[in-house]
Design a protein around this ligand. Structure first.
Ligand SMILES: [Zn+2]
Ligand SMILES: [Zn+2]
Length: 286
């Protein structure tokens, strides 16, 4: 599979000279089969979605956009994704719906896309859109890719992670996730959650959020995230080939990320890289 990163910042977009190398746009990743030109599967719709729009040019988007959850940094690019706001677009939008609530997927999305918060609603977008819940544990197919989701613990509403395979290689995407309890577990950063292990098991690429460091456990707890050592430990435990750390803190400059990435790579038994906007990772042997 080929994984392209269009937004790698967590929580809120940032701009300025100190963020240009990693990029300031929020969560958005596309997945395609190696050799495919146009991605048909997009995971999360943060402001990075506009960078993918630039790549697609005047081509309408025909495919699936699957959201991990509904926080701002994973949804705000949606109404600005011109290739999907296009007469010839066909979009299957999947998002996790609270099973105990009484809203359907379209109504959940309308919660963040309606006046007075936003001028237009989901049905005002061009093209043909369908809105659906993310059913966990059962694989579905998107243009030759098999996708399965699992619920993961985060904070503030339901969140899922995705596992995508083309039959020969596999990627997992778990941007926002926290251990069920901080402290304890094998490494003291919280026990590795079975759903996170299932998503990441033997994956060629694990894309995992880690906006906080070991010393910032309290902040991680407050916002429902893991720390960097947890993400590394999860990758090692799950037999992952390469960990791509994403969802960088908006407070972290390029130089700081360089330093953190270098330290993480040097101290881990798994290959670790920090995601940058417009980077592509391919599992095809070179
Ligand atoms: Zn987030
Ligand atoms: Zn979140």
């Amino acid at each position: 599979v080929k994984v392209s990163f269009w937004g790698v910042r967590g929580s809120t977009p940032v701009s300025g000279a100190e963020f240009v190398r990693y990029g300031g746009s929020t969560s958005c990743v596309s997945v395609a089969r190696d050799g495919d030109e146009l991605p048909r599967l997009v995971l999360d719709a943060g402001t990075g979605l506009r960078n993918l729009a630039r790549q697609l040019g005047s081509e309408p988007f025909r495919g699936t956009i699957a959201l991990s959850h509904m926080h701002w940094d994973h949804t705000q690019g949606l109404p600005f994704f011109r290739p999907a706001d296009h007469d010839a677009a066909t979009v299957d939008l999947r998002l996790p719906v609270d099973p105990d609530g009484d809203l359907d997927a379209e109504q959940v999305l309308s919660g963040v896309m309606q006046p007075p918060f936003f001028p237009i609603g989901p049905r005002d977008l061009g093209g043909t859109w369908t809105f659906g819940d993310v059913e966990c544990g059962r694989a579905w197919s998107v243009d030759g890719l098999s996708v399965v989701a699992h619920d993961v613990p985060h904070k503030g509403g339901r969140a899922v992670g995705y596992r995508v395979t083309d039959g020969t290689s596999t990627m997992a995407y778990v941007p926002d996730h926290r251990p069920t309890a901080f402290g304890g577990g094998d490494d003291g950063f919280g026990a590795y959650h079975p759903a996170a292990i299932a998503l990441a098991a033997d994956a060629d690429v694990l894309v995992h959020g880690a906006p906080f460091l070991a010393a910032e456990l309290e902040l991680a707890d407050r916002y429902g995230h893991t720390t960097l050592p947890y993400a590394v430990g999860l990758a090692e435990r799950a037999g992952v080939r390469q960990l791509v750390v994403t969802h960088h803190s908006p407070a972290r400059s390029d130089d700081q990320l360089d330093e953190i990435a270098e330290r993480a790579a040097a101290s881990s038994s798994v290959a670790v890289v920090f995601a940058r906007e417009e980077m592509t990772v391919s599992t095809r042997p070179s």
